[in-house]
Design a protein around this ligand. Structure first.
Ligand code: HEC
Ligand code: HEC
Ligand code: HEC
Ligand code: HEC
Ligand code: HEC
Ligand code: HEC
Ligand code: HEC
Ligand code: HEC
Ligand code: HEC
Ligand code: HEC
Length: 451
């Protein structure tokens, strides 16, 4: 608490905002001290200033540590092409003198809406120039290319180049579509039975037997949890507390569904929950939401319903109950939504999940194979969202060729229309890669990196 009071005072003096101080303390809203709107990535957690700032709010090292704390794993996983270690290497000190890439805030400042572009970038788009002026001399294909296009036309990213590095392009450049042969990753069936979880109680809070209504019982007994051997108390009275409660918080679902809880916690949907703020509500969103969107707070039930847990519903209808931006609304008329797979496509998947369709979740909550070879649903819908080439390997390439996928994702208008036609752009980097005869000597190293 004392830290906060000190912080408030320092800030109010610094900014000459003492007139606001009393009000800020009364209403408890420190957002009054924000120098400008927070970027779209962080606006949902902006009221907890201390997630990024120390008492001395412009202290770079604290800010840096906070960025690393929340994002290091993600950048490691994508095999960051420009990790900090590149810039602490003395051989690159001349470049660092021009653009200090050791610090995240060199490129990602905050509360500076006028300077902020996609993905929180606060530099002009031609910034690659500062370190790679000579690329035009080294590569014939690159002579005379404008520097503001390096990362804006589907060719390169600064951090995540897993679908864009040369050897990957060479290996997959000639792959065709697999539209008739695609298979959905099959979700595993129940291993956590009632017995295994040691759940057998059905007691109500006052010690009497809980009496479900006929409707509740019938919904529940048809539902997957009954089949998996989880009874009422498995959710309404988890073992460690044993008390009945009608509300079932995320943490309780997470006791049995850890990968899904972890994905939710890392996602935009779960970021307020994990920051211990009150729940994420459509009414607080910057993205377009339906007026009728349920505003009770986003949790597992928002998509899964209370007792039904119908995956096909969760995968499209639930989303459209809230999202109403042009891209989302355009989905239902798109070729993806209308497509019916050929008879015989992975019948196990159809039987197990009821989703043999291409849905919002196919792209945004894809089925991935985790440790031990088990398929599960990646619940972090930001995991592959931006830069959107992240979707290529885990999603598009299940069905489309690499070149088609890169072109489609570089076409912003096509994304807005939710992929209702072929791409109208062509990204030439694959042609360049295929045109270079021998794969370069780094090819083996890079191949290893792919996995
Ligand atoms: C997600 C991280 C994050 C959160 C949360 C956050 N900030 Fe910031 N803030 C930053 C970053 C990054 C900068 C830029 C620092 C730089 O340019 O060196 C910044 C800059 C500032 C500055 C200008 C500092 C200067 O030296 O010019 C102020 C004032 C500020 N923040 C206030 C706030 C307040 C008040 C809150 C809470 C209501 C808040 N911030 C929440 C990340 C955050
Ligand atoms: C030299 C500029 C630069 C620096 C330094 C930098 N970034 Fe980025 N960052 C970008 C650009 C540009 C993007 C847009 C996507 C791309 O090109 O990779 C981006 C995108 C991101 C994204 C979106 C997801 C992704 O995989 O791309 C995250 C998260 C991110 N940066 C975090 C960080 C963190 C944390 C640091 C510090 C450890 C950092 N960045 C340092 C330029 C930079
Ligand atoms: C408390 C955890 C937390 C802290 C601290 C934090 N971030 Fe984030 N950041 C998130 C979450 C959650 C998102 C939204 C989900 C996503 O895009 O992955 C996000 C989004 C972003 C994005 C936008 C990605 C996009 O898709 O548009 C960038 C860039 C980014 N953060 C960089 C930074 C930098 C740089 C810092 C330090 C100044 C920082 N973050 C501090 C949690 C954090
Ligand atoms: C602050 C300096 C800096 C900036 C800004 C920068 N780079 Fe780099 N980049 C490096 C360094 C250092 C290397 C390591 C290889 C080298 O020395 O050339 C590198 C390597 C690369 C590589 C080879 C990657 C690999 O995995 O082998 C590519 C491609 C690349 N950068 C593209 C870009 C693009 C595109 C941008 C702009 C979006 C950019 N860089 C911005 C410093 C920078
Ligand atoms: C006591 C453990 C337990 C709790 C608590 C629990 N579940 Fe489950 N859940 C299971 C089991 C067991 C299965 C069946 C697994 C299987 O067949 O793969 C399952 C399956 C599911 C499925 C898959 C449905 C399908 O068609 O494959 C969803 C979705 C689900 N749970 C969501 C939730 C949500 C949301 C909560 C919290 C409201 C929750 N679960 C709480 C144990 C639990
Ligand atoms: C997989 C977890 C799960 C199981 C098993 C489960 N429930 Fe629920 N139940 C929920 C969730 C989630 C809610 C909604 C809670 C919320 O909104 O916070 C709920 C809500 C309820 C409500 C309140 C409904 C309302 O309209 O207010 C009742 C009553 C209820 N459950 C009874 C039962 C009974 C009886 C059983 C066993 C036949 C059962 N539940 C089994 C997860 C479960
Ligand atoms: C944004 C909507 C959304 C939210 C929020 C959500 N889920 Fe899901 N979940 C889905 C979708 C969609 C699927 C099925 C995707 C498919 O069938 O391809 C799914 C599948 C599942 C499955 C079965 C597949 C698997 O991964 O084994 C479980 C279990 C599950 N969710 C648990 C949870 C839990 C626990 C939470 C809360 C921490 C949660 N979900 C929150 C949309 C959501
Ligand atoms: C209860 C309402 C609700 C439901 C249901 C829901 N969302 Fe969201 N979603 C939100 C809110 C609120 C945000 C945060 C928007 C903001 O901060 O502007 C969000 C954010 C997102 C984002 C991140 C956007 C970004 O720019 O970072 C994606 C992608 C997304 N949702 C997709 C889905 C999908 C796919 C489903 C269904 C599987 C779904 N949502 C279900 C309310 C919902
Ligand atoms: C074929 C893949 C695909 C399908 C299907 C799909 N999306 Fe997307 N979605 C994308 C891509 C790609 C982006 C753009 C990411 C970027 O570059 O910013 C996106 C962006 C979004 C965003 C963020 C919009 C913004 O302005 O930040 C939301 C929300 C979203 N999608 C929701 C949905 C919903 C809801 C559905 C189903 C009704 C759906 N999407 C279907 C691929 C898909
Ligand atoms: C599960 C398989 C599957 C996945 C995953 C998938 N698609 Fe598709 N896609 C299809 C099918 C099937 C069609 C319809 C083909 C037809 O109607 O002939 C299609 C059609 C399209 C079209 C319209 C083509 C046209 O000429 O009308 C575009 C663009 C597209 N997909 C882009 C993407 C992108 C980008 C991704 C990844 C973000 C993606 N798709 C993921 C199967 C998939």
């Amino acid at each position: 608490m004392r830290a906060f009071v000190g912080w408030f005072l320092a800030l109010s003096v610094a900014l000459g905002l003492s007139a606001y101080l009393a009000r800020a303390i009364t209403v408890g809203d420190r957002r009054l001290f924000l120098p400008g709107d927070t970027s779209s990535g962080h606006h949902q957690i902006e009221e907890r200033c201390e997630l990024c700032h120390s008492e001395s709010f412009s202290d770079r090292e604290t800010i840096q540590a906070s960025c690393v704390d929340c994002h290091a794993t993600e950048l490691d996983e994508v095999d960051d092409s420009h990790p900090r270690s590149k810039f602490t290497d003395p051989r690159n000190s001349d470049r660092v003198a021009i653009l200090d890439a050791r610090y995240c805030v060199t490129c990602h400042r905050e509360h500076a809406p006028d300077a902020t572009g996609a993905m929180g970038l606060t530099l002009p788009e031609d910034y690659c120039f500062h370190c790679h002026q000579d690329v035009g001399e080294e590569r014939e294909t690159h002579v005379g290319l404008p520097f503001d296009g390096c990362a804006a036309s589907g060719c390169h990213n600064f951090h995540d180049n897993r679908s864009l590095y040369e050897d990957f392009l060479t290996r997959h450049g000639n792959d065709g579509d697999l539209l008739e042969a695609f298979r959905f990753a099959v979700l595993p069936s129940g291993e956590r039975t009632l017995e295994a979880l040691g759940i057998a109680r059905m007691d109500a809070p006052n010690g009497s037997r809980w009496r479900p209504s006929a409707r509740e019982l019938s919904i529940w007994s048809n539902a997957i949890h009954a089949r998996g051997g989880v009874n009422c108390s498995g959710c309404h009275a988890p073992t460690d507390r044993g008390e009945w409660s009608l509300g079932v918080p995320v943490a309780v679902c997470g006791e049995c569904h850890e990968p899904q809880r972890a994905g939710f916690a890392a996602s935009r949907h779960g970021m307020r929950w994990v920051a211990e703020l009150d729940a994420m509500r459509p009414s607080r969103a910057r993205l377009a939401m339906r007026e009728t969107a349920p505003d009770g707070g986003l949790d597992c039930v928002s998509c899964h319903g209370e007792h039904v847990f119908d995956l096909a519903y969760a995968a499209t209808e639930a989303c459209l109950g809230c999202h109403s931006d042009e891209h989302s609304v355009a989905f239902e008329a798109s070729p993806h939504a209308r497509f019916e797979p050929a008879p015989g496509t992975s019948p196990e998947a159809v039987e197990k999940t009821g989703t043999d369709r291409i849905t919002c979740a196919t792209c945004h909550l894809p089925r991935v194979v985790g440790p031990g070879g088990r398929a599960y649903v990646e619940h972090n819908q930001n995991h592959n969202l931006r830069p959107n080439e992240k979707m290529i390997r885990d999603v598009c390439m299940d069905c489309h060729g690499l070149s088609f996928s890169i072109d489609a994702l570089a076409d912003r208008e096509l994304i807005r229309r939710n992929f209702d036609r072929s791409p109208e752009l062509h990204v030439p980097s694959i042609d360049w890669a295929l045109g270079r005869v021998a794969p370069d000597s780094n090819s083996a190293r890079r191949k290893d990196r792919e996995d």
